[in-house]
Structure formats: C-alpha cells, structure tokens
Write a protein of this length. Structure first.
Length: 324
C-alpha cells in the first residue's frame, strides 16, 4: 500500500485528549498533505493543479460511498442521485462498491475514483494522501448534522459498564474509522483511564455492520460503532433494538464527507458540487435510507473547520500518516 496509518497510542498524555474528553472542538491537530499536493491557500486541502495537463476529464465519473455496510445495499440507494449527477455533469456515472476504506482511498489516489463519500475517520487520510477535496455533508432540514459513537453490548452480557471492559476484548471496526476506533481509543484513555493494548485487548470486525451484527448475535461482547449505522440496521429490521444495549454515547461528530479528487477539471468539480446541492431529496431513495437519521439535504462544509475535532482525536491517538 502507498500509505500507512501508524498509531503510537500516546493516549491521555496530550492536550488534545483532554480537550476531546471535555467536548472542546477548537484545538487544531497538526496536519500536512502529501508532497504530491500543494495548499497555497492554507485551507488544508489539495489545490487544483495550475497545469491543465494534470487535469482529469473522464468520460465516466466513478462514485463510491464509504463501506460502512454491504455495498450492494447502497448501489440502489444512490442510483437516483447518480442519475441526477449524470444530468448535471453531462457525464456517465458509475457506482463503485468498495469493500474497505483502504481500497477506497487507494482508488482515489490512483485516479480511478473521482467522486466519493469518505467516512468521518478516514477523511483526514483521504485528504492528506489521496487529494480528496470534501465540500458537502448530509444534514437535517434545519442544518444540524452528526452522529454519535456508541459502545454497545448485548443483554445479560458480563460487560455492564465501561469499566468492565478492563481485561477484556473491545471490538473496533477499522483503524481509519472515527467512531469505530479513533474516538473510543482516545476516550477510553482520557475519560476512563484505560490504554488500548494494556488495559484491554482489541480486535477488528472490518465494518460497522459487522460489529453491530457481532454484538447482536453475541459473537462480540462489546464493540464501538456509529449509532447512525446501528439505527438504520434496526429500522431495516436487520437486528431488533432489544438485541443490543448502549453502555456509552459520545458527543456528536460530523458525518460522511462528500467531495472530489483534486485534479478533476475545475468546471467538472463545480458541476459535481451543483449536482449535490441541487438534488431533490423528496421521495428519493436517499431520503428513505438516510431520513432514518433525520438527514434531508446536502450542506456545504469545510474540512478545515468541520474536521477540526477529528484531527484533534488523531493527535490524541498519536496517529501519523505515511503517504509514500
């Protein structure tokens, strides 16, 4: 792989960890783009190349949604939106069912993925290493947005409170996931005084739906998940609400960020943005699926502002990104 996520697990020893536990979101973590990209305007996002020979103008735009659940479910959910993008951009648009965050980031870095929704935790890696330029997020009608990280178990589990995780195994989703790994790892240290790998063991399920199903079926004793995924699975009848119990719920985090690869032509990037912000949600498959979380529109966002707390959590976890 051309990029490596390194986690030094310097937990509970940094200002960022303390600030995260207190709900402070103004501290900026250190962040740098790969040497492949420039950031002359200082917005922490790769600039569009000045050299037109570096621009991409594909006949078919490839779109991928973050692999939080079965990609087959979301191909149908996004179909109507992608038809709208075709009308606005004048390009054919293809849904790319990625199986992992790493595969999604590598596809964009290699120029095979042009438009994407990257999950909360993998946004910084996508921005730094793949030239991802996020510009939109789903939100409620009043503009509010976000989800919470939850630590869940099953009824009659031996884990009745967070302290009971000590000496046991906590199941995460993947190292690039905010709610599935980064946030709970920082929180376990800063709020509960437990260090990953020392006070409790960890394993990884791969995806949020795997973790939810694993707990519901009592394969995992306790897991960290995004409650937005869990709630949609309950609403679809994948699991029953009484199969899981919530031990802890965090403050609210930003949701999936949507954007383009940095070197699409400027005109095409503008057209893609127009497709997002002009989409009519009423009666759409997106509204049916994501309306379960109260989301009804796309709103403009800034990586520099809206992902401040996520970069802060990365700093608290001692995360380093090697994009070479």
């Amino acid at each position: 792989m051309p990029f490596v996520l390194r986690n030094r697990l310097l937990l509970g020893t940094t200002i960022a960890a303390t600030a995260f536990a207190a709900g402070i979101t103004t501290v900026q973590a250190d962040f740098a783009l790969s040497e492949r990209y420039t950031d002359n305007d200082g917005d922490l996002v790769a600039d569009i190349p000045e050299d037109e020979s570096q621009w991409l103008d594909p006949d078919t735009l490839v779109f991928a949604y973050t692999p939080v659940e079965d990609p087959a479910v979301y191909a149908e959910v996004w179909a109507g939106f992608l038809e709208h993008m075709e009308e606005v951009t004048g390009k054919a648009v293809q849904f790319f069912p990625v199986q992992s965050n790493a595969a999604q980031i590598e596809a964009m870095r290699a120029g095979r993925l042009h438009v994407a929704g990257f999950n909360t935790g993998s946004n910084p890696l996508a921005v730094a290493c793949a030239g991802f330029r996020p510009f939109a997020m789903m939100a409620a009608e009043d503009g509010s947005f976000g989800y919470e990280m939850e630590i869940i178990t099953y009824p009659d589990s031996e884990v009745r409170e967070v302290e009971d995780i000590r000496g046991r195994t906590l199941t995460h989703t993947s190292e690039t996931s905010n709610s599935g790994f980064k946030a709970p790892t920082a929180l376990m240290a800063s709020e509960f005084g437990m260090t990953s790998g020392e006070d409790y063991e960890v394993d990884f399920s791969g995806k949020h739906d795997n973790s939810v199903l694993g707990v519901a079926n009592q394969d995992y004793a306790v897991a960290t998940v995004a409650n937005s995924v869990k709630n949609r699975m309950i609403d679809r009848g994948v699991i029953d609400a009484d199969q899981v119990e919530v031990l802890y719920q965090s403050d609210t985090f930003p949701t999936t960020g949507y954007g383009t690869v940095y070197n699409l032509t400027p005109e095409l990037q503008e057209a893609v943005q127009e497709a997002f912000f002009s989409f009519d949600w009423e009666g759409s498959a997106l509204a049916e699926e994501f309306g379960r979380n109260g989301e009804e529109q796309f709103i403009p966002i800034s990586f520099q502002e809206h992902w401040s707390v996520i970069r802060q959590i990365d700093e608290a976890n001692g995360v380093e990104y090697d994009c070479n």
